[in-house]
Design a protein. Structure first.
Length: 428
């Protein structure tokens, strides 16, 4: 028997038209496949809801690389209540899990009842309901996917989180515009944080998800800004001569690691966000940049060319010397650390291109997880299950989400312009 899964070919293409004129339409699709994921059927929900939330749930689960959602066309039965489920039918098609549900209109919007069933044991693992306004049905679907993911894997779901990224486009009059945007983790509902005629770079999230730090070239010189996402208020943190770049928020949210060249050479500094005091971390004739914090907040990793080409180094915030971490590629840059501290991800040189590499910090083993060879600095999801990064595909600038374990990827395409510097936000 040949089984078709949502991840084997293009899963969905969703055109997401934003309301702001500066936005470009996004197309989202999931391609690729993995034979190692858990077979799961997310049956169409009953109740004629205006949003097909089963598609969103299945898309979320497939994107993680941990699941193989069954194609709707292969579902011979479509139960929406527990009493309608024939376990033998789902065992015959080798499903491990089944998600069913239905929506009911209520005064507040919709009440969505859903169930997660272990097909092999017959146990109902989740029987729950959520209430959502019609405009929040997508958010409710992400929440359901989070609950299903966590119940089966034991890992907190990250489908309800957000991403930040920078887009670049030309107006009809030829002026180049740069836009810092925040969207749902699947790219839906982008909102403008800042738009400028000057470049915007490397956004980074505060641990509570309320602020972004980023580099802006307002006034035609680089400076680091911090902006409150709820109020829109912002302030300039650094404006030294030379490079002000690559901000990275500490795990406690009280400091930023940044790159400054105010003393002549690009070095890593730590700035206290309360006192505004600067502490210089590196002192080397090489270029030191792109710092990322270890989860305990006691040390940093960063890119340095002190060995001749860019490699990743590790240094404690109270130490004077750094230790090289990357050896398996002639080039590795743009480091990010998984939330559990187990993996280092960055851009590595391989096969004539630049790919996202994932290095196990315990064993030192490096694995390539991207395919295009034109990748830029990656960012982990807050549960460490996925990575988002910018790349080019068929000549187009896109964002991709790849699972850390498993295969397949989600691609976010813009109708026009470029997209870069994605950063995955924290849990709400």
């Amino acid at each position: 028997m040949i089984r078709k899964y949502l991840t084997i070919t293009t899963l969905f293409i969703l055109s997401l038209i934003a309301t702001n004129p500066g936005h470009s339409a996004l197309q989202i699709e999931i391609t690729g496949g993995s034979e190692s994921g858990l077979p799961i059927a997310v049956v169409p929900f009953g109740g004629a809801m205006p949003v097909a939330i089963e598609n969103i749930i299945a898309t979320d689960l497939a994107r993680s690389g941990r699941f193989l959602p069954m194609a709707r066309s292969d579902m011979s039965e479509r139960p929406t209540r527990v009493e309608e489920v024939s376990l033998s039918s789902w065992r015959d098609v080798e499903m491990d899990y089944l998600v069913i549900g239905r929506g009911q209109p209520v005064t507040e919007g919709w009440r969505i009842e859903f169930h997660l069933i272990d097909v092999n044991s017959g146990e109902e693992l989740i029987g729950h309901s959520v209430t959502a306004r019609e405009r929040d049905l997508r958010a409710a679907a992400h929440r359901i996917a989070d609950l299903v993911f966590e119940k089966i894997t034991g890992i907190r779901g990250a489908f309800s989180t957000r991403i930040a990224y920078v887009t670049e486009y030309r107006r009809d009059d030829g002026e180049r515009r740069y836009v810092l945007e925040v969207a749902d983790a699947d790219g839906y509902g982008p909102q403008t944080v800042l738009e400028s005629s000057q470049p915007i770079m490397t956004p980074t999230w505060s641990p509570d998800g309320r602020q972004l730090a980023y580099v802006s070239f307002e006034g035609r010189r680089s400076s680091i800004w911090v902006q409150n996402l709820q109020t829109g208020e912002r302030y300039r943190l650094t404006d030294f001569l030379g490079i002000n770049g690559a901000p990275a928020w500490s795990p406690r949210g009280d400091k930023l690691a940044i790159t400054l060249s105010k003393d002549g050479n690009p070095e890593i500094y730590i700035v206290d966000l309360i006192t505004r005091q600067l502490k210089r971390l590196t002192r080397n004739s090489a270029i030191d940049t792109e710092a990322a914090w270890m989860p305990d907040g006691r040390s940093l990793v960063f890119t340095s060319n002190r060995s001749g080409r860019a490699q990743i180094y590790h240094q404690g915030i109270d130490e004077s010397s750094a230790r090289r971490l990357s050896f398996d590629s002639p080039y590795m840059a743009g480091p990010t650390i998984s939330p559990d501290g187990e993996y280092l991800a960055g851009v590595v040189a391989a096969s004539g291109g630049f790919y996202v590499g994932l290095q196990n910090l315990s064993t030192g083993v490096l694995r390539i997880i991207s395919t295009q060879g034109q990748e830029e600095r990656p960012s982990f999801s807050p549960n460490g299950v996925m990575l988002i990064y910018a790349t080019r595909e068929q000549g187009r600038s896109v964002l991709r989400v790849s699972p850390v374990v498993g295969e397949g990827h989600q691609t976010l395409r813009l109708e026009r312009g470029l997209v870069r510097d994605p950063a995955w936000g924290p849990f709400h």
